[in-house]
Design a protein around this ligand. Structure first.
Ligand code: ADP
Length: 500
């Protein structure tokens, strides 16, 4: 009875369901990719109905692979791609538009217009974020401004908004038949609308955006019972008891609970999160301030975050747009066949540059090309771009905190790449450490849910589950690392001020 917790990880490229046991080990999992929809340059969408269908499918496959029923599951946790905006009609259950994904830059004009009065940091003191296309707020405004009839339906109280955590939760807990419309503090802190201090929606900012407060989900902690499952027979009556945005979930799954602890997740993008404890720290170096987690009635933990838009998706681009490789791991074979990058630097500013630059006018650049360069150098430069971007974010974290990090815990799909992890340690000059369970995002959501129902009793029990799998020590000569970093920074300057 109740020996497991299931986490739903609604990610950018796929949806997973993973069953964990009490020691935090994976018992079984299911995964389905969903379509990436690119209607025009800079636009990225997902189909919310496809995501909900996939969620049900992966729950089914995870349970059936281990022969489990709902009686074996103590709780459901949800983690999700943050910022991706879904607006749906709560009377029909249908989305009024595709989900607008976090990478989408269509709201640049909205950002520019709002920044005219007070600049891009006009709300930063309150919400921790600069005005940028990245966050949900501008995407909700775009839907209300551009989908016919949407504003009137929103004002009538029929339309509601959620990141994909809320979308999945509302559907799981009943949908049109009484689904709960809730989000957690970590997701709410990515909208531009939540006051970091009060953890409530800020009605003044909502007013400036023209978004009715009735659209917004109730903000809850990351670990409490929000409701029980009604729509999926497989999990009927099981409590849904944890929600954390994917990067906060990974931090939680890495057991980085204490002030001063950090992790970096290498997936579609890269996200370094640094726990600042109960203190709200405002960055002077281009980092975001966000909520790390809040367990029930306990005080929230805040974090500084360095978000990098494009890392793993550059490898996908080599595969899908250039046809240079047939699978992501192949990039390592190409990169390892040359002794260095041949002088090539790739700045993958496909969605502008996020941390620490926040330059939406930047676009991708490949610099340093000579007749000598071949595709192996390009592959190597693509991997190195991830490591350089992470170094710049780590420098910002160190400058803000005043206490340099002495090691970096890592996770995500790209940490399977040994060459990248070695280069990362070389360029950072500190050890890089991978835990045994690298599905830390799902694990974090499982932990939040399990804590709420008493499946795990406290954070100490979770910390005891963490164990090291592999560690990469810096090997590159410091002067050489500095030289390469200098060239990288020069390449970044070439990518800026590109958009007319
Ligand atoms: P997300 O959760 O953002 O969907 P994942 O953590 O599943 O992402 O990681 C998938 C990403 O990692 C993809 O962008 C893929 O290109 C990249 N990736 C996967 N394996 C490798 C590898 N061996 N080397 C480099 N990149 C990889």
């Amino acid at each position: 009875m109740n020996q497991y917790v299931i986490a739903i990880d609604q990610g950018t490229t796929s949806t997973r369901a993973i069953v964990f046991d009490h020691t935090g080990n994976i018992v079984s999992s299911g995964q389905m990719e969903h379509e990436q929809i690119f209607p025009q340059a800079g636009w990225v969408e997902h189909n919310p109905a496809e995501i909900w269908n996939n969620t049900r499918e992966v729950i089914g496959s995870a349970l059936s692979k281990a022969n489990l029923t709902r009686h074996d599951i103590a709780a459901v946790g949800i983690t999700n791609q943050r910022e991706t905006a879904v607006v749906w009609d709560k009377t029909t259950g249908e989305a009024v538009y595709n989900a607008i994904v976090w990478q989408d830059t269509r709201t640049q004009d909205i950002v520019n217009e709002l920044a005219q009065d007070g600049g891009p940091e006009r709300f930063k003191q309150k919400v921790g974020l600069p005005l940028a296309t990245y966050f949900s707020g501008t995407k909700i405004k775009w839907i209300l401004d551009n989908v016919e009839g949407a504003r009137a339906r929103a004002e009538a109280g029929d339309l509601v908004f959620g990141n994909t955590d809320s979308w999945v939760l509302w559907n799981l807990t009943g949908g049109v038949d009484g689904g709960v419309h809730v989000t957690d503090v970590t997701n709410a802190s990515r909208t531009l609308f939540m006051d970091l201090d009060t953890l409530q929606w800020d009605e003044e900012i909502l007013g400036i955006f023209g978004v009715p407060v009735s659209m917004m989900p109730a903000i809850k902690s990351s670990s409490e019972v929000y409701g029980t499952v009604h729509t999926s027979q497989l999990l009927r009556e099981v409590p849904v008891a944890g929600i954390l945005g994917d990067q906060q979930a990974a931090t939680f799954g890495q057991a980085a609970f204490q002030t001063g602890e950090a992790k970096n997740t290498y997936g579609t993008g890269c996200f370094l999160i640094f726990n600042t404890g109960e203190e709200i720290v405002h960055s002077k170096n281009g980092l975001l301030t966000t909520v790390g987690y809040k367990l029930g009635d306990a005080a929230p933990h805040y974090a500084l975050e360095g978000s990098i838009a494009v890392t793993g998706s550059l490898i996908q681009w080599l595969r899908d747009n250039l046809g240079m490789i047939s699978s992501a791991p192949e990039v390592e074979t190409l990169a390892a066949s040359v002794k260095d990058n041949g002088g090539v630097y790739i700045v993958p500013a496909f969605s502008g540059l996020f941390a620490p630059y926040w330059r939406s006018d930047a676009r991708g650049a490949i610099v340093g090309l000579t007749r000598f360069v071949n595709k192996n150098h390009i592959a190597r430069a693509a991997l190195e771009a991830t490591a350089f971007q992470t170094r710049e974010v780590l420098d910002a974290v160190n400058a803000d905190s005043g206490v340099p990090l002495t090691e970096l815990k890592v996770d995500g799909g790209m940490v399977a790449n040994d060459a990248l992890m070695q280069f990362q340690a070389d360029i950072l000059g500190v050890p890089v450490i991978r835990p045994k369970v690298v599905e830390t995002t799902a694990l974090g959501a499982a932990y939040a849910a399990g804590l709420a129902v008493g499946f795990w009793k406290d954070l100490g029990e979770l910390s005891a589950n963490w164990s090291e799998d592999k560690r990469w020590e810096p090997q590159l000569d410091q002067a050489e690392a500095d030289r390469q970093l200098r060239l990288w920074r020069k390449a970044v300057t070439k990518s800026m001020d590109w958009v007319d």
